[in-house]
Design a protein around this ligand. Structure first.
Ligand SMILES: [Fe+2]
Ligand SMILES: [Fe+2]
Length: 483
């Protein structure tokens, strides 16, 4: 096995970065560790700290077999520091330093920018654990509960990943940032998490699946862009995080898909051919498709705000410096410097949405990443619609226009409908409840959230998965609640 693939599990902090050879960083992480465990016990899954959960733990970074499954109490999970194997002779792939050897240490002039990138990424990881901490109590099955907890422990590990980089490469500043990452709290009035979507609530399981589909996917896009980094330790860290992130995408996409399957099946069995007849559909104890559409509109628009302003000097600087690339930069064919090129950007001019062809490509990198994100989302939505189509139900889910319900960037100052038509305040207020979840939708969905904790059983509103985790059979006890 190439160097660095096996993980050392002997010490307090599992790692494949030879922590034993680095007394300073080892000490810093061991000092941070108790605060992390306190944070996990306070802010992690509420009511399930003693349960035995069938979790995967990374035991290697070999893409062919890195995970081991076993029952674990979450506070005893092996949160490790795992970097993808080093690629010999790796070169910086873009920006002003294109073609130079990738940096193994932090270039002094980019310290501030790198610190900011790591802290913003790091802050999202514990935030989502905090947002999801009450959901265990209403899990629709043990299978889903286990998936929730798997996502949660891996977000915890992602925090470790960023904290390692901060501690190792940022010295005292890094130690302070690592403390701050444990101090901020999602939704807290005084010290909230850094980004808006990570201060919203995740009150029910439909929101959870939408969050993992839409918001974890923003995480995937950001990690893909950072995986291209010329700062090699960041690149290697993000590459391994992406292998875990794939499971989070899976949980979101299949979660929504199973809701759709169940709703369609119930509608067909009851002979309902108007999917917008909400009262009749809800009488079946399933989630009506228009409510799913409204939930989707909310989570999609909140997540788009995470990409920042369409036109951004920060993004241009990070690219030029070789710190944050484009989505799959290494697969793109152009000069990878973007000095003279432009990229089309949707802008708001005099209250109208126009396509501006004149924006320098370097300044439009947030927009470009967001476009790649929308394409990635659309693939999942198409697969959801196949399920509805196969059931013969006349309804299709659609992603709203990027100008819909935005708080950051070009469209923050206007209101637009899901088709992208600009509205005055009156028209928005009169129609808002058609497009975003209403109090009534939330009440109905919350009412459905009753825990189902018998092995192999599922709540009325969601279909069983086709295959078990780790190929386990349908009745497998994914969480042992009373052990
Ligand atoms: Fe993450
Ligand atoms: Fe994630």
């Amino acid at each position: 096995m190439p160097d660095g693939m096996n993980v050392d599990y002997d010490g307090l902090i599992p790692n494949n970065v030879d922590l034993n050879a680095d007394a300073r960083v080892k000490k810093a992480l061991e000092t941070w560790h108790p605060g992390y465990i306190d944070w996990w016990k306070d802010m992690g899954p509420e009511g399930f700290q003693e349960a035995l959960v069938y979790l995967r733990t990374a035991v290697s970074v070999d893409p062919k077999g890195w995970a081991k499954f076993d029952y674990v109490r979450m506070p005893e999970y092996k949160w490790g520091i795992l970097l993808a194997p080093r690629v010999e002779g790796r070169l910086i792939g873009f920006g002003a330093h294109k073609g130079e050897p990738a940096w193994q240490d932090i270039p002094g002039e980019y310290r501030g920018m790198l610190r900011r990138l790591m802290v913003i990424q790091g802050d999202t990881e514990p935030a989502s654990v905090e947002q999801q901490r009450h959901l265990g109590k209403t899990a629709p099955s043990l299978y889903d509960m286990r998936n929730l907890f798997q996502v949660n422990v891996e977000e915890g590990r992602h925090l470790w990943a960023m904290v390692y980089l901060l501690q190792k490469y940022m010295g005292r500043d890094g130690r302070e940032e690592a403390e701050e990452l444990l101090r901020r709290r999602s939704g807290d009035a005084d010290s909230p998490r850094m980004l808006g979507a990570f201060n919203e609530q995740t009150p029910d399981w439909v929101s959870f699946f939408m969050f993992t589909f839409f918001t974890d996917r923003d995480g995937k896009m950001q990690l893909e862009a950072l995986a291209q980094s010329g700062f090699d330790p960041l690149s290697r860290t993000c590459r391994f995080m992406l292998t875990e992130e794939a499971h989070h995408m899976f949980v979101g996409e299949t979660g929504v898909q199973r809701i759709i399957e169940r709703s369609c099946e119930a509608m067909r069995a009851a002979g309902i051919d108007d999917p917008t007849d909400t009262d009749r559909v809800r009488a079946l104890g399933v989630i009506d498709l228009p409510t799913l559409q409204r939930k989707m509109n909310l989570h999609f628009s909140l997540t788009l705000d995470l990409f920042g302003s369409e036109v951004s000097t920060n993004a241009a600087n990070a690219y030029n410096a070789g710190l944050k690339g484009r989505y799959r930069e290494d697969k793109l064919e152009d000069d990878h410097r973007l000095i003279d090129s432009t990229y089309p950007v949707l802008r708001c001019k005099d209250g109208a949405i126009i396509r501006d062809e004149s924006v320098p490509a370097l300044s439009a990198l947030n927009m470009r990443l967001r476009d790649d994100y929308v394409t990635d989302c659309q693939g999942g939505v198409n697969r959801w619609n196949k399920v509805i189509e196969r059931a013969g139900i006349p309804f299709r889910l659609t992603l709203p226009h990027v100008a819909f319900n935005r708080r950051i960037g070009e469209f923050a100052a206007i209101e637009a409908d899901p088709e992208g038509r600009v509205l005055d305040a009156g028209a928005w207020a009169a129609n808002r409840d058609r497009w975003l979840p209403t109090a009534d939708d939330n009440l109905y969905v919350t009412g459905l959230m009753k825990p189902v904790d018998a092995a192999g059983a599922y709540a009325s509103w969601i279909a069983a998965p086709k295959v078990g985790i780790d190929n386990k059979p349908g009745h497998f006890e994914y969480v042992k609640l009373w052990s």
